[in-house]
Design a protein around this ligand. Structure first.
Ligand SMILES: Nc1ncnc2c1ncn2[C@@H]1O[C@H](COP(=O)(O)OP(=O)(O)OP(=O)(O)O)[C@@H](O)[C@H]1O
Length: 266
């Protein structure tokens, strides 16, 4: 197994603000093995999205280097697909067309229309939306929209799935259902996943490792917790699982005892 599939070496990120330079992330070193599910957790404003955007290649670090599969990350690429909290679908296109657009961009040069159609339909079927492919985003629920976003990301056959609070805007029941679906999809696709979340239970349920970030400014990685719960994981059984409870307690302790939140202005 490639235990440094994604690697961050001495990564810092500062932003220019009206009050001068603001150091958001300070000297982050992190290795993510291929096939791992990693959650980034920390208080609001600590720099989770900043870190995810760097891995996505949407921004470049002020100092340090990021690598994916031994190559420097120098911009966005289909090998690293991103799912945002607000799905970011094009409202005038159907679910099918939203996914097809991504499929065409990645595979359009090499494949014919029938193959692209097959990829699009397979991605929508993977998230249980075969029946809704002709609907527009305005005609489906928030959970369905988020599924289309996930289908669009998976349709590109990314090596890495980057998710920024993908279920943050959903009600608790829909969220639980999508978490369970994501567990199944990731088991099938063996994707490497990096997910930003505020939710301790979500982090423990889904992850192999939980990267716990200190409060900013100059946030860094406080601790990395390994979650040794065998898969497949069943949420109902986990409620009394000693390893689940241990991990949950460790994250709560980090967040609410060792990093209790103090708002700091940027
Ligand atoms: N483009 C920018 N310019 C200036 N400051 C920024 C910029 N982007 C982020 N920041 C600052 O960097 C810090 C980290 O922001 P970031 O959005 O990464 O935090 P987060 O942990 O994802 O927060 P949340 O959980 O609330 O989404 C914050 O203080 C934020 O104000």
């Amino acid at each position: 197994m490639n235990d440094r599939f994604i690697e961050l070496q001495g990564v810092s990120q500062s932003f220019k603000t009206a009050k001068g330079q603001f150091l958001a992330l300070d000297n982050i070193d992190l290795r993510i093995p291929k096939g791992d599910f990693v959650a980034l957790i920390g208080h609001s404003g600590c720099g989770k999205s900043t870190l995810l955007n760097l891995i996505a290649g949407l921004t470049t670090p002020s100092t340090g280097v990021l690598l994916c599969a031994n190559r420097e990350i120098q911009g966005p690429a289909p090998e690293r697909a991103v799912v945002f909290q607000n799905h970011s679908l094009l409202p005038w296109l159907t679910c099918y067309e939203n996914v097809y657009l991504a499929v065409e961009r990645v595979f359009g040069q090499a494949e014919n229309r029938a193959q692209l159609k097959q990829r699009t339909e397979a991605a929508l079927a993977l998230v249980g939306l075969a029946h809704a492919q002709g609907k527009r985003p305005g005609e489906i629920s928030g959970g369905m929209k988020q599924r289309v976003g996930i289908a669009r990301a998976l349709s590109m056959e990314p090596q890495v799935l980057l998710m920024d609070e993908p279920f943050g805007a959903l009600d608790a029941l829909t969220r639980a259902k999508l978490q369970d679906e994501l567990l199944e999809i990731v088991a099938r696709t063996r994707s490497t996943v990096v997910m930003v979340t505020h939710d301790v239970d979500e982090a423990v349920l889904l992850s192999d490792r939980i990267v716990m970030m200190t409060n900013g400014p100059a946030a860094h990685i406080g601790e990395v917790l390994h979650v040794d719960i065998p898969r497949p994981r069943k949420r109902v059984e986990l409620a009394t699982d000693p390893e689940y409870l241990r991990c949950r307690q460790a994250v709560m302790d980090f967040l609410y005892t060792r990093q209790s939140h103090v708002e700091k202005a940027a």
